[in-house]
Design a protein around this ligand. Structure first.
Ligand code: PAF
Length: 282
């Protein structure tokens, strides 16, 4: 696996991959890789002849009081995992390559970026959309893979790629979970053993609410019950528990189309997010 840190070398390496059998699948990450990321790499391998991954802890998607400084950085472990899973190239841009002196352009995807995580993390999705657009231009992939755990991020990136005419297919992979249901996340490393046990309440509360709604139960009551379950489990603050349209993320008051139940809440100082599909009766 090639490890590349400057743009000229990246362009030359991508041109060589293209000359050698063609199709490129791209998995952008912020590192601290786990089995969830490896599911993206496996799906990427199934879809293309070459897999390119990036690791860049993007400063512009963290708010001033968020965890940019303590976000886990594990370059050696990350590259070993990527190599073992067959990636061809690891793009590791330093911050001054990604945001050179004088960088002044930001991409803002209105509508779908607002509400949910956009409400509690102002500017977050501008940072995500901007860095992903830059990564798409740098790597020029045929297909890019994103996890469904960051469901609003996936929707923002799909909108951005369509609106800016990127010739890339944005594909998604279902959330990978530990045996107790907790969604895999690099931020799970912040949880104490007690918090880790309490965190199981998040997928359980969403699962119970999704089942109740699919069975025809009242949507408001199911969302309130999920909030109460999170409170009881010791979640310190709940940013949202909401039912949204699976494609547009518009609020849903009756289940006539595929929907998604989404939540964000803090356990101790760690903010966790999760979501599940909620489907109307066939
Ligand atoms: O999901 C992530 O890891 C990041 O938000 C992404 C898409 C790599 C952009 O920095």
């Amino acid at each position: 696996m090639q490890i590349i840190r400057d743009l000229d070398s990246l362009r030359a390496a991508i041109a060589a991959l293209r000359a050698d059998r063609g199709k490129i699948a791209f998995v952008p990450t912020m590192g601290a890789l786990h089995a969830g990321h490896m599911a993206l790499i496996c799906e990427a391998s199934a879809r293309a002849s070459h897999v390119v991954a990036s690791v860049f802890v993007n400063p512009t998607q963290f708010g001033p009081n968020e965890d940019f400084g303590r976000y886990p950085r594990k370059e050696a472990e990350d590259s070993a995992m990527l190599e073992a899973h067959g990636a061809s190239l690891l793009w590791l841009p330093p911050v001054e390559v990604m945001y050179p002196e004088g960088h002044a352009t930001t991409i803002s995807v209105s509508g779908i970026s607002e509400g949910l995580c956009g409400a509690s993390r102002p500017g977050h999705f501008d940072g995500v959309a901007t860095v992903v657009a830059k990564l798409f231009n740098q790597v020029g992939p045929d297909v890019a893979l994103f996890g469904e755990k960051d469901y609003q991020q996936l929707a923002v990136i799909r909108r951005m790629a369509a609106d800016l005419d990127f010739a890339v297919e944005v594909a998604s992979v279902p959330t990978q979970r530990d045996a107790d249901g907790l969604a895999l996340s690099s931020r799970n490393a912040y949880l104490s053993p007690e918090e880790r046990i309490a965190a199981r309440a998040l997928p359980r509360a969403l699962g119970d609410a999704a089942q109740a709604i699919q069975a025809g139960g009242d949507i408001g009551a199911a969302l309130q019950a999920a909030q109460a379950a999170l409170d009881a489990a010791g979640f310190a603050s709940i940013d949202y528990v909401e039912l949204r349209d699976a494609d547009t993320l518009a609020p849903v008051t009756s289940l006539s189309r595929p929907a998604r139940i989404l939540a964000a809440a803090r356990i101790g100082t760690t903010r966790l997010i999760d979501n599940l599909p909620v489907l109307p009766a066939a």
